[in-house]
Design a protein around this ligand. Structure first.
Ligand SMILES: C[S@@+](CC[C@H](N)C(=O)[O-])C[C@H]1O[C@@H](n2cnc3c(N)ncnc32)[C@H](O)[C@@H]1O
Length: 266
């Protein structure tokens, strides 16, 4: 859930390594501002799937977590991992950004969640070492090698394990990043996978987002040997009056903002 208010970028190709470099710096530089703005909504130890506010405590998409070893991918400040810990799980929080992970440590000193700095497409864990994996807008919207993320998660999951990830709903790609009425007019093609890139004066990427259609995501899941169990599109609740970047009550009433893929490893 990034929260830029206007489109400042260009559309051009960006390799996985360029995307990782840019996004690591961007999240390092933005971690404090992001958490100042959204930390209260996210809570220190809540598990929120997206700006609609659907919580894991309500949705139960991971199933029973007690006693399970859980990998949180793109954990940010590890709020979800802390909720998992409180629910009796044994979580590991992984993120690309060292500053985000430092904020994770500072948010709740003494709460024993192991923090790992790594790229989600190159997981530093042995095969079949987790029962569950989850991601609330972590890594996947930013990864060029999103198919590689799926393969890596499939590799580290035990048979019977579950992988649940939330991303920006792919249909949002056609619309400007605007929470108001302008954000309801389709301006670009849903089928154009060219990434959104912000760059410096030398043309080096400073922030990158990658688009996958719904079908792309399903194909990446199945190509990794995983099975799609459910696709959850949370509705915007009437009592959520909060705007988060381009996610707003106005748009949320009309179009989905988040897609949550529930997958299992046979
Ligand atoms: C929107 S935050 C999601 C974290 C948390 N669930 C939240 O809502 O704040 C996105 C996180 O993904 C991380 N990220 C981006 N690209 C990544 C990658 N390739 N591997 C691991 N983490 C990545 C960022 O550093 C950032 O902390």
């Amino acid at each position: 859930m990034e929260d830029r208010d206007v489109d400042e970028g260009v559309r051009r190709a960006a390799s996985h390594d360029e995307s990782v470099r840019a996004n690591r710096s961007w999240w390092d530089a933005s971690a404090d501002g992001y958490l100042d703005e959204h930390g209260a909504f996210l809570g220190d130890a809540r598990f929120v799937w997206g700006p609609e506010g659907l919580s894991e405590a309500t949705a139960g998409l991971l199933g029973d977590v007690a006693g399970r070893r859980v990998l949180e991918v793109g954990a940010g400040a590890a709020q979800c991992s802390r909720w998992l810990l409180g629910a009796g799980a044994d979580p590991v929080a992984l993120d690309l950004s060292g500053v985000m992970l430092r904020r994770a440590r500072d948010l709740a000193p003494g709460l024993d969640v192991p923090l790992v700095q790594a790229d989600a497409a190159r997981l530093p864990f042995a095969g079949a070492s987790f029962d569950l994996a989850c991601s609330a807008y972590g890594a996947l919207p930013f990864a060029e090698d999103s198919a590689g993320v799926m393969r890596e998660v499939a590799r580290v999951l035990r048979p019977g394990g579950r992988w649940v990830f939330a991303v920006t709903h792919p249909m949002r790609w056609s619309f400007p990043d605007d929470p108001g009425p302008d954000g309801l007019v389709a301006r670009s093609s849903y089928f154009d996978r060219t990434p959104y890139v912000e760059q410096d004066e030398q043309g080096h990427a400073t922030y990158v987002e990658h688009h996958r259609t719904l079908g792309d995501r399903v194909r990446e899941v199945t190509a990794a040997g995983l099975r799609l169990v459910d696709l959850v599109e949370p509705e915007w609740p009437a009592d959520n009056t909060r705007t988060w970047g381009a996610w707003s009550p106005l748009r949320g009433r009309l179009v989905p903002g988040t897609a949550i893929f529930v997958c299992s490893r046979p």
